[in-house]
Design a protein around this ligand. Structure first.
Ligand SMILES: NC(=O)c1ccc[n+]([C@@H]2O[C@H](COP(=O)([O-])OP(=O)(O)OC[C@H]3O[C@@H](n4cnc5c(N)ncnc54)[C@H](OP(=O)(O)O)[C@@H]3O)[C@@H](O)[C@H]2O)c1
Length: 242
């Protein structure tokens, strides 16, 4: 246990799988109260049961962050969150010239607009209480561009800019804003990729991916820092190859 997370209410978006799920469990082990959200209700139910088995208080709300009505409802039900892990995201790969409008819109809707809306609503509550911590999960793609993941990189570049701007505006108000920027992580985020070029490019990678738990430990590190310490940015990269 890191000591100062006990009893903190932590809202984790994208908690039904991957990094968000691992982060929710890691916070539960630290004694935090968990509010988990994602679209898959069964996965959230299982997560809440696992958090409860660890001795944590845990709740969930299932829904689609691309829908404004759901974001508003989430803001009300998770009101008072001390820590927001703004993590939900999607990844579509494919050659830029062939990228469909719907795939572009879906990525910007979830990775950028939904992330901003959650940060706005929960951030305003934190400002009113003069305390809180927003942890944004971006990506190595927030600062570099690779073939076939150009639109994803564009969404993550945007998210990094938003994170920086949020920090500029909220730091004087006593709110911490951290960015956790992982390299490749072994999760299901690439499971739906069909573009043959993209599948071949992913297969050709020799990097040993991080585990979701390894990224979660970086999120805990940022969250557990003493009150006067703001971890602005954690670049978390795999150390090795397959
Ligand atoms: N995996 C990597 O290599 C990697 C590297 C760097 C950064 N990241 C970033 O890390 C974050 C988590 O990714 P991951 O790898 O853990 O992916 P993942 O296993 O696919 O999990 C993504 C999570 O986001 C949720 N989500 C997606 N769209 C949503 C929507 N419209 N409304 C509500 N929830 C939604 C999913 O829940 P439902 O499906 O239940 O809705 C799921 O819980 C993302 O922002 C991703 O860009 C990932």
């Amino acid at each position: 246990m890191s000591g100062n997370l006990g009893g903190k209410l932590v809202l984790v978006t994208g908690a039904s799988a991957g990094i968000g799920r691992a982060a929710a469990l890691a916070f539960a082990r630290e004694g935090a109260d968990i509010f988990a959200t994602g679209r898959r209700e069964d996965a959230l139910k299982t997560l809440v049961a696992e958090c409860t088995a660890l001795g944590a208080s845990a709740r969930y709300l299932a829904g689609n962050l691309d829908q404004e009505s759901f974001v508003q409802r989430l803001g009300k039900e998770a009101a008072g969150a001390d820590i927001l892990v703004n993590n939900a995201g999607i990844l579509n790969y494919g050659p830029l010239l062939e990228f469909s409008r719907s795939d572009m819109e879906a990525m910007f809707a979830t990775n950028v607009i939904a992330s901003i809306r959650v940060a706005q609503i929960i951030g305003a509550q934190m400002v009113a209480r003069k305390s809180g911590h927003i942890i944004m999960v971006t990506s190595g793609a927030a600062r570099q561009v690779s073939k076939y993941a150009v639109i994803y990189a564009a969404t993550k570049h945007a998210l990094a800019a938003i994170t920086k701007g949020l920090r500029l505006e909220l730091r004087p108000l006593g709110i911490k804003v951290s960015e956790v920027s992982p390299g490749m992580v072994a999760t299901g985020i690439r499971d739906n990729i069909t573009s043959p070029e993209a599948v071949a490019a992913i297969k050709a990678r020799t990097i040993k991916a991080l585990s979701a738990e390894e990224v979660a430990s970086a999120i805990i590190f940022a969250a557990a820092a003493p009150a006067n310490v703001m971890t602005e940015m954690l670049d978390v990269r795999p150390n090795g190859s397959t």
